[in-house]
Design a protein around this ligand. Structure first.
Ligand SMILES: Cc1ncc(COP(=O)(O)O)c(C=O)c1O
Length: 353
């Protein structure tokens, strides 16, 4: 079966994403998608690109998109890289900044794609245990031999690490790259993007999949010192020089421009999150103080697996990992107010059973 596989193909342990079901009326709270549509201008811009120009390749340098992102973050276009989802940029980063034989560090409970990249690119890694309360122990990341990567807020714990702590991790790894994966940062307080102006070894990666409601468009971005961005460009151009297509570039530009819509939807999700945390707490859940568009929770009497399965029977999907030491936790994405009300009613019934 594997006779023709390269050692890389044999070594790979591919990531398994949360399930995508093709069913009507399902309440989908399992992959941290945005429950609201993208900004109307985004749809218009994408529709406007559906024409004969599709026979032409898209802009390989994505100048307009990079300039739009740069002006939002007050950096220059040379500080911006765009990829086909932030997962692709994470992959390019492992290729561009990490070295076999020099172990990198990431938290023991974190985004499960990091070990996947480590495996396929032959990068050794050390996991740094979270503290008892699931917060990141910054000292554990100091002086890493090969580099550091962590999400902020962390996933699936939803907890945000303050910028002073992020800065200390960057300062204590002067000779290696520190990657802060800010997939959920817009639901938290402050991004580390400004620190990239001060530290040449800091790369911030973000996505349009969550706060900008464009998971289906596949657009991620990275911000950092020009030399780091150039390494990513070298990796991209050694792999596929056209990763973000015409439709994605057009839509992403509008998503960055429509700040008012983005802020309104983000605030709405945050308000629903806070209400959900309150309701779950009163139903006997231990809910971590989330700074993301999902919550991480466990219940004293109802096992996480039972909850996941019983909700599934009711066409409500949440994420259950089933691995130690989070085997009794579930991750619940924040949906619309109506979806969360239905979810909470179902949870209440399950607990009563
Ligand atoms: C921490 C983290 N980083 C990155 C991603 C990837 O996002 P995308 O490839 O859609 O940009 C996710 C997706 O769930 C995530 O949870």
């Amino acid at each position: 079966m594997t006779k023709f596989w390269s050692s890389m193909a044999k070594r790979a342990k591919p990531y398994i994403p949360g399930e995508q079901v093709n069913k009507q009326n399902i309440i989908k709270l399992n992959t941290n998608e945005n429950p609201y549509p993208p900004a109307p201008n985004v749809i218009r811009a994408i529709n406007g690109e559906v024409n004969e120009s599709l026979r032409l390749y898209p802009s390989p340098t994505m100048d307009e998109l990079r300039t739009t992102i740069a002006s939002y973050y007050d950096v220059t276009a040379d500080n911006v890289f765009v990829g086909n989802g932030s997962d692709e940029i994470l992959g390019f980063s492992f290729m561009g900044f990490f070295e076999p034989g020099k172990p990198i560090r990431f938290p023991d409970i974190t985004y499960s794609f990091y070990p996947v990249y480590s495996k396929v690119f032959n990068i050794d890694y050390e996991t740094v245990p979270l503290r008892e309360d699931f917060t990141i122990n910054k000292e554990g990341f100091f002086n890493s031999e090969g580099g550091v990567i962590f999400p902020n807020p962390n996933a699936p714990t939803s907890l945000y690490l303050g910028l002073e702590d992020v800065e200390e991790i960057v300062q204590n790894n002067k000779d290696t790259v520190v990657i802060v994966d800010e997939a959920y940062i817009d639901f938290a307080t402050e991004s580390a993007v400004n620190l990239t102006k001060k530290y040449e070894n800091l790369l911030v990666i973000q996505t349009m999949s969550k706060s900008r409601a464009l998971a289906g468009l596949r657009v991620g971005l990275a911000i950092g010192n020009e030399a780091l961005i150039n390494a990513l460009v070298r990796m991209k151009d050694s792999f596929n020089s056209y990763p973000v297509d015409r439709l994605a570039q057009a839509g992403a530009i509008e998503a960055m421009k429509d700040v008012a819509y983005f802020e309104e939807m983000t605030e709405k999700i945050i308000a629903t999150r806070e209400r959900t945390i309150e309701a779950l707490t009163s139903l006997g859940f231990n809910v971590l103080p989330s700074a993301a568009n999902f919550v991480f929770a466990s219940h004293d009497t109802v096992a996480a697996e039972t909850l996941y399965k019983k909700l599934r029977e009711r066409d409500i999907l949440i994420r259950y990992f089933g691995t130690e030491p989070i085997e009794n936790y579930v991750r619940i994405s924040i949906g619309t107010d109506d979806e969360m009300d239905q979810f909470l009613r179902a949870v209440e019934t399950i607990i009563a059973e």
